[in-house]
Design a protein around this ligand. Structure first.
Ligand code: 8OZ
Length: 359
């Protein structure tokens, strides 16, 4: 029997991975003090360090970029120091870890924003979505449209966040370009009705995402930079009228920047893979470097897809919460534990660092 390629090492840009299983970024809302990673974060990630790559949870680049309570940031010295404990511990265990850098745009609430002001967005259109504030899910606040003159500041906040992530010891960053957050809001035309150079055509709507990708790659190196995309996911109430043309263009441009990877949510985030037809093979073809596939993968589907060369790496999300030793379990065929939905968002060690490994 030939060895399953999933369990072989892989070179991702400048980073060498022990296997092709990736832990997807997972929001856990446990950075309760000043958005500094919580006391158990190093233990949580280190327990999962046998993944080929850990993508640490979505982390805001500024207070304006925050949309849920107790999510971590990467804009203060205390946050950088907090993340340093995590990366040192993961590296000591032989793991690799990158940080997902995030601006939520309109998926936020006035109570989380600087000065209690409205969240920012491409256009003043409220997101049909819920955010986690005051320990419960509530509807988003109505945003204000960003001024043209503010957009360079957003790009530079992403750039600084990437530099801070490297200072904190991360092996690289993933730009959050998915799931209806700021960069995806600019791309998707139901959230973006701007009439300037950042709205209208496919090219204009992609502009901010591509400027951010170029700035981050310039700051930390394209070999340490990737981006997450969700071409057809309806999460947080965003949709493009022509996602195939839109994302074929975006991925072609990202390829010119030489990014290390695209991380593609195929279908509806944490939902069905077949919400609509979309040719993910076209994105893979348009991109020379690594394709990380995500959404609803299990061992069987990932094994088929890696053998057929449809993707290079496979990101598992929820399975990693309840199965810290997911790679070993997939390899041995051990049964997978189920998550406790009550302890996903917020709280302490329970449902965070107390899931056991097998034997
Ligand atoms: C679940 C809850 C809050 C945020 C995403 C960052 O969907 C998230 C997220 C997920 O990408």
């Amino acid at each position: 029997m030939t060895q399953n390629a999933l369990f072989t090492s892989y070179t991702l840009g400048d980073i060498t991975l022990a296997n092709r299983i990736v832990m997807a970024p997972l929001t856990r809302n446990r950075a309760a003090k000043d958005c500094v990673p919580g006391p158990h974060a190093a233990e949580y990630y280190t327990q999962r360090a046998s993944a080929g790559l850990l993508i640490a949870e979505a982390t805001q680049i500024s207070q304006q970029g925050q949309g849920y309570q107790d999510t971590p940031g990467i804009y203060s010295e205390a946050q950088i120091a907090g993340w340093r404990l995590v990366t040192d511990s993961v590296h000591a265990a032989g793991g690799k870890i990158i940080l997902q850098i995030w601006h939520v745009g309109r998926v936020s609430h006035v109570d989380l924003q600087p000065g209690g002001l409205p969240p920012v967005a491409p256009s003043a259109i409220r997101a049909e979505a819920m955010v986690f504030v005051h320990n419960r899910f509530v509807p988003t606040s109505k945003p204000r449209a960003l001024e043209l003159a503010e957009l360079p500041g957003i790009v530079s906040d992403f750039r600084k966040a990437a530099a801070n992530a490297i200072s904190a010891g991360f092996d690289g960053v993933e730009i959050h370009g998915a799931n209806g957050y700021l960069l995806d809001q600019f791309v998707k035309d139901d959230a973006n009705t701007r009439t300037d150079a950042y709205g209208g055509s496919i090219k204009n709507r992609a502009r901010l995402m591509l400027e951010v990708a170029a700035a981050v790659a310039d700051e930390i190196g394209a070999g340490r930079t990737g981006i997450r995309l969700s071409p057809v996911s309806p999460l947080n109430g965003t949709a493009a009228s022509d996602p195939q043309a839109q994302f074929d263009y975006i991925v072609g441009e990202l390829d010119k920047l030489g990014l290390a990877f695209i991380h593609v949510i195929e279908g509806s985030t944490a939902g069905p893979r077949d919400v609509t037809t979309f040719d993910y093979g076209a994105l893979r073809q348009a991109f020379s470097n690594t394709y990380i596939a995500n959404n609803g993968y299990d061992l069987k589907l990932a094994t088929e897809r890696v053998a057929a060369d449809r993707a290079d790496l496979f990101a598992f999300g929820r399975a990693f919460i309840a199965n810290p030793d997911l790679v070993a379990r997939l390899k041995s065929g051990a049964p997978l534990a189920e998550i406790d939905p009550e302890t996903l968002y917020g709280g302490g060690a329970k449902g965070y660092t107390d899931y056991p490994t097998t034997a």
